[in-house]
Design a binder for this molecule. Structure first.
Ligand SMILES: Cc1cc2nc3c(=O)[nH]c(=O)nc-3n(C[C@H](O)[C@H](O)[C@H](O)COP(=O)(O)OP(=O)(O)OC[C@H]3O[C@@H](n4cnc5c(N)ncnc54)[C@H](O)[C@@H]3O)c2cc1C
Length: 526
């Protein structure tokens, strides 16, 4: 690649559009992390052969952040939209399936030491109404089962280590995400994009030139060479070289609400069998993820540097993962810049990935926001919508998504009931939450209809009512058990038993997780 880069850098000014006509649009993606390569793939798929030239420039000296191993179900639509089947990419990225996230030790409420946030399944249509009814009844003082784990197929399937795949005679869909090695995913997407025609250059960009209107006209690398383009996609990670540094777009931190600003990460060996779930365990000053890949377990502790040091955090994560202080692990310490930019798209620059913002990875939403940002931009460009008003609509939409994810994450912290550290107590006492989140929690605690409240706020398309119910019920945010009234206990028990049996019988149709992964790996070897 270095030789290729050297070959194309023969003059002092290299224009990407070697066969540029008036109609050729030159897109320059700056940054070759997951965001950059996702952008490259979506853009070449959408625009390849249609008069666009797409070039990705990255600096191996700077490198990528190299974390980010969990996804939402949207990654499946990303892969499909660039024409990939799971067998094409999953074995190459040591990927496993993910039916949801288990939250351990976030609540001290009796009976609620953990809960599962499942991705939706079609059969939830049958089991979520009784859950919503029960949680409403319990919030209003009736002693009925209100723990979400009793009501969802994906929760049970994750416990049983089942895959999301049923035989043909059971045609009900279930949504799922993935776990993957982020370094391998980046390499995979890079190879694919190059094969499909994306140009790839290695250069460290030090400067940018702008025209009178403020649009970026070219990037300048540390050798003084100039790289011109029409549109620039800033995928430079937390640096945000173009959007924040060059165009000066303000960054709006979420630190008032999200205290975590650092992480320590290392891998441990994988057990024989892994469940299709991320486990997120609350520790003393943050939380730890446990993410199963086919090759290893990814461990990370996301914490607040205002409450603990990097050394203490690493020791705590080691103890949690069962790794003695004398055992060598390649621990990486990272700082996190949490918040979002005021505008994601300004002039002819679009920021994607960490350069546009980041919310701690509790619900693994970063790549979802990457995907939605790129797809929205492609759509706008295809429609020729480059006016200020279109950009405003785009920016408002992406910002609303960031804020909605932030609020859902913040909810985990403000409803926690731990008292074992200042960190957890300060989180529980945080009174700077948004009005939207305040109204959601008040609706819940006052026993009113949460689904109606989400609709009233028009936020149910960000996190659905099922997710909010699982979170608030999963933490045991209910009146004290001693004060609850017992009525029709046998009837409720009977209904619950029926739901359990229904879920159990449905689950018999699904193949074991490890069997599906093995078949994929064998397919690759064949
Ligand atoms: C602790 C942690 C855990 C995370 N977990 C998850 C998760 O579970 N799920 C999820 O979806 N996301 C997660 N994320 C987010 C995820 O890691 C990122 O969204 C993703 O990796 C995309 O990063 P990026 O491409 O924006 O930036 P980076 O990976 O940092 O890439 C930046 C690129 O820009 C290039 N560059 C920068 N400056 C220059 C320059 N001047 N000249 C040339 N090139 C330059 C670099 O060389 C690099 O190629 C996590 C993040 C952190 C910090």
């Amino acid at each position: 690649m270095l030789r290729f880069a050297a070959a194309v850098y023969q003059g002092t000014c290299y224009s990407f559009a070697m066969s540029t006509s008036d109609h050729t649009k030159r897109i320059l993606i700056l940054g070759g992390g997951t965001a950059g390569w996702m952008a490259a793939n979506l853009m070449i798929k959408a625009w390849g052969g249609r008069g666009f030239e797409i070039t990705l420039v990255e600096s191996p000296d700077i490198g990528i952040i190299g974390v980010g191993e969990g996804s939402t179900p949207m990654l499946k639509t990303f892969m499909s939209s660039i024409g990939l089947e799971e067998r094409d990419w999953m074995p190459a990225c040591n990927a496993t399936y993910k039916l949801g996230i288990r939250f351990d030790n976030w609540s001290t409420m009796p009976g609620f030491p953990r809960y599962f946030h499942p991705f939706p399944a079609q059969l939830d249509d049958l089991t979520s109404p009784p859950f919503f009814e029960n949680s409403m009844a319990r919030r209003n003082g009736l002693d009925v089962e209100g723990h979400p784990d009793h009501f969802f197929l994906n929760t049970y399937m994750a416990q049983q280590k089942l895959s999301p795949f049923a035989g043909e005679n059971f045609p009900f869909t279930t949504l799922y995400g993935y776990h993957f090695d982020s370094g391998l995913l980046g390499e995979f997407l890079g190879d694919l994009a190059r094969k499909r025609g994306v140009k790839h250059l290695q250069a460290k960009i030090t400067d940018a030139t702008q025209d009178d209107s403020g649009n970026v006209t070219a990037l300048i690398d540390d050798g003084g060479r100039t790289l011109e383009a029409d549109y620039f996609i800033d995928c430079t990670g937390f640096r945000s070289k173009l959007l924040q540094e060059t165009l000066g777009v303000p960054f709006l931190p979420f630190a008032d609400n999200l205290f975590n600003d650092a992480a320590v990460v290392f891998a441990t060996p994988r057990p024989v069998e892994v469940a299709p779930q991320t486990v997120s365990t609350a520790l003393k000053n943050g939380w730890a993820w446990t993410i199963p890949l086919t090759s290893r377990i990814g461990n990370g502790y996301v914490y607040s540097s205002a409450y603990t040091s990097a050394d203490a955090a690493e020791r705590e994560l080691r103890a949690f993962a069962g790794i003695g202080d004398d055992v060598h692990v390649d621990a990486r310490h990272l700082n996190m810049k949490v918040g979002r930019v005021a505008e994601h798209w300004k002039g002819n620059v679009l920021a994607v990935g960490l350069s546009q913002g980041f919310i701690e990875p509790l619900e693994a939403t970063a790549l979802l926001l990457v995907q939605l940002t790129i797809q929205g931009f492609i759509k706008a460009l295809d429609q020729g919508n480059f006016g200020d008003s279109r950009r405003d609509v785009f920016n408002d939409d992406i910002s609303a998504r960031f804020d909605a994810v932030r609020d859902y994450i913040v909810a985990h912290y403000v409803v926690n009931s731990r008292t074992d550290s200042n960190y957890w107590q300060d989180n529980a006492n945080n009174n700077k939450v948004s009005q939207s989140l305040f109204d959601v929690i008040s609706t819940w605690t006052s026993g009113k209809d949460l689904t109606e409240e989400l609709k009233r706020q028009n936020i149910e398309h960000f996190y659905p009512t099922m997710s909010w119910h699982c979170l608030l019920a999963g933490y045991g945010i209910y009146p004290a058990k001693a004060g609850l009234q017992t009525r029709d206990a046998e009837l409720h028990q009977g209904k619950l038993a029926e739901i359990h049996e229904f879920i159990r019988r449905c689950s018999l149709n699904y193949a074991p997780h490890m069997e599906v992964l093995k078949a994929q790996a064998d397919g690759m070897a064949a």
